[in-house]
Design a protein around this ligand. Structure first.
Ligand SMILES: CC(C)(COP(=O)(O)OP(=O)(O)OC[C@H]1O[C@@H](n2cnc3c(N)ncnc32)[C@H](O)[C@@H]1OP(=O)(O)O)[C@@H](O)C(=O)NCCC(=O)NCCS
Length: 180
C-alpha cells in the first residue's frame, strides 16, 4: 500500500493494527449513523473485532485482493476507504468507504475517492472501478456521480441490511474515461 498525501491536512494511510483502538472508537461513536447503510456494525463490538477486521484487510492486501486505507484529517482518522475486492484477472476494483458523521459535508470523501481511483488506474493497473450504493443512500451516490462514474444499472435486492433488502445503483468508471 501507500501513503497518499491529498492536501496539507488530508491523506490516505495504510491501515495497520496500531490503528485498531482509534478506529474502534470512531466506529463506536458513529454506530447508529453507520448502521443506516453498512451491514457489519453488529459484528464490531470491541477493539479486538476491529483488529480482526484490519487483519483481514492486511491478508487481502498480501494476496492482492483488496486493501483498506485510513482517511487522516488533521492527524486523526476520519474514515476508511479501500478496495473491498480487487479482481486481478479482469483488472477491476470495487471501492467501499465510510466517514465519521462529524467529518461529513467537507468534501473529504470525494477527495479521498478521487485519489484512490487515480491510484487504482495509474498505480495498480486497473481498467475498471466500481462503486455500488444503496439507491436511497443519496450522499454516497453523489460521490461517484461527482467523479464522473457512469450509472450502469440497478441491482435489485443486492444487500441485506439487518431487516430489509436494499437495491443498489452500480456506478462504473473505465480507465479510458477517467479525468482526475
Ligand atoms: C457516504 C459518505 C462518505 C458521504 O459523505 P459526504 O460528506 O457527503 O461526502 P464528501 O466528504 O465527499 O463531502 C461532500 C459534501 O461536502 C460539501 N463540501 C463542503 N466543502 C467542500 C469542499 N471544500 N469540497 C468539496 N465538497 C465540499 C459538498 O457540497 C457535499 O455536500 P452535498 O452532498 O450536500 O452537496 C458518508 O455519508 C458516510 O460515510 N455515510 C455512512 C456510510 C456509507 O453510506 N458508506 C457508503 C456505502 S456505499
Amino acid at each position: 500500500m501507500f501513503f497518499y498525501p491529498i492536501t496539507d491536512s488530508l491523506s490516505l494511510w495504510p491501515l495497520s493494527l496500531a490503528d485498531a483502538d482509534e478506529l474502534f472508537a470512531l466506529t463506536e461513536a458513529n454506530r447508529a449513523y453507520l448502521r443506516q447503510w453498512l451491514p457489519w456494525l453488529d459484528t464490531v463490538k470491541s477493539a479486538d473485532n476491529t483488529r480482526h477486521f484490519i487483519q483481514s484487510f492486511l491478508r487481502q492486501e498480501a494476496e492482492n485482493q483488496g486493501f483498506g486505507a485510513a482517511i487522516c484529517h488533521h492527524g486523526a482518522i476520519a474514515g476508511i476507504i479501500g478496495y473491498n475486492h480487487l479482481d486481478g484477472s479482469n483488472h477491476v476494483g470495487t471501492i467501499g468507504y465510510w466517514l465519521g458523521e462529524a467529518h461529513q459535508g467537507q468534501g473529504l470523501m470525494t477527495a479521498a475517492c478521487r485519489a484512490l481511483v487515480d491510484y487504482g488506474f495509474t498505480g495498480l493497473g486497473l481498467n475498471r472501478q466500481v462503486i455500488a450504493c444503496a439507491t436511497e443512500n443519496h450522499r454516497s451516490r453523489r460521490i461517484p456521480e461527482r467523479l464522473g462514474f457512469r450509472h450502469e444499472g440497478t441491482l435489485r435486492q443486492a444487500e441485506w441490511l439487518y431487516d430489509r433488502y436494499v437495491d443498489h445503483h452500480l456506478y462504473g468508471c473505465l480507465k479510458q474515461d477517467w479525468q482526475p
